[in-house]
Design a binder for this molecule. Structure first.
Ligand code: FE2
Length: 297
């Protein structure tokens, strides 16, 4: 039986050179709602039970500032922190009260490839709703890595994730029944590849994508259905240059799932998804997937 100390990917923090434009995009176009403003940051919520799923902070450039995971129990916090210390992570904030309005106990580390990670327990939740065409929660974060194997080993051995699949260029890692909460993408530099937001269903991915297109942001890749995870997708580039994805129908797995390797995850020539009708990914989307680095906190 899998025994995951990390329960879920909760939220991400990104910086933007134009906070007002980014808040307008996520609140009016992407479909989140402003949950709080505090300490110069704007916290945006989806319809699920997380107090917020996105933190926006003004800065000179767009960067990934922090990935926040929810931890299963308060007792797991010191256990995880010790393992992170032994693994060579820098401890940026020891166990204490979280800075976000959602509170809870947390610690913050920087793993050796540069990503800042927060682990929180006991944060404030809200009554979840499912609303057609609106984001429920985060689905996954995709991290660029110049050494996927080392980072995947860290996620598995230190954070307790399981690797569900490994294609030639990506490793898929889970910490609950979702096929993946974290994806590692082979890249020349470490950084953020994209952030995926979970929609209630395929129809909501389609209608949500139409809303974003109507407001002047074209689809960067999709709509299609991925191989590993079998989820439907539509990719966009936000006003700050961050690649974001609407997704739905993520494969649910348990310990009986048989992980496939690079030899099995091969598309027929010309294909990049199951349906085979998605136009090629835009050059702007490809560039943006390699353009966002990690920041401090
Ligand atoms: Fe994705």
């Amino acid at each position: 039986m899998s025994d995951f100390p990390v329960a879920a990917l909760r939220s991400v923090e990104i910086s933007t050179p134009d906070l007002a434009t980014s808040v307008d995009f996520y609140a009016r176009v992407w479909g989140l709602t402003v949950a709080a403003e505090a300490q110069g940051k704007v916290y945006l919520a989806a319809t699920g039970d997380d107090f917020h799923v996105l933190e926006l902070k003004p800065s000179e450039k767009a960067e990934l500032r922090k990935i926040t995971f929810r931890v299963r129990s308060e007792e797991d916090l010191p256990r995880l922190l010790d393992k992170c210390r032994v693994a060579g992570c820098a401890v940026l904030k020891d166990i204490g009260v979280a800075d976000a309005p959602s509170g809870g106990q947390r610690f913050v580390i920087r793993e050796q490839q540069g990503a800042v990670m927060e682990f929180v327990h006991g944060d404030q939740r809200k009554e979840p709703k499912t609303v057609a065409n609106q984001v429920e929660r985060l689905a996954h974060i995709n991290i660029n890595s110049a050494d996927i194997e080392a980072l995947s080993t860290f996620y598995q051995q230190v954070l307790g994730f399981s690797q569900t699949d490994r294609s030639k260029t990506m490793a898929f890692l889970r910490c609950n029944d979702d096929h993946h909460a974290v994806v590692l993408a082979n890249a020349p530099i470490n950084g953020l590849n994209h952030i995926a937001f979970l929609m209630p269903d395929l129809e909501s991915v389609m209608r949500g994508s139409g809303r974003v297109v109507d407001q002047g942001t074209p689809i960067g890749w999709g709509v299609g259905r991925h191989g590993p995870g079998d989820n439907v997708f539509a990719y966009f580039v936000d006003p700050a240059g961050i690649v974001i994805e609407y997704t739905a129908e993520v494969l649910q797995v348990d310990d009986s799932y048989r992980a496939k390797g690079p030899d099995e995850w091969v598309w027929p020539p010309g294909r990049t998804d199951h349906w085979g009708i998605a136009p090629p990914k835009s050059e702007a989307c490809k560039r943006a997937q390699l353009a966002v680095g990690f920041a401090g906190i």
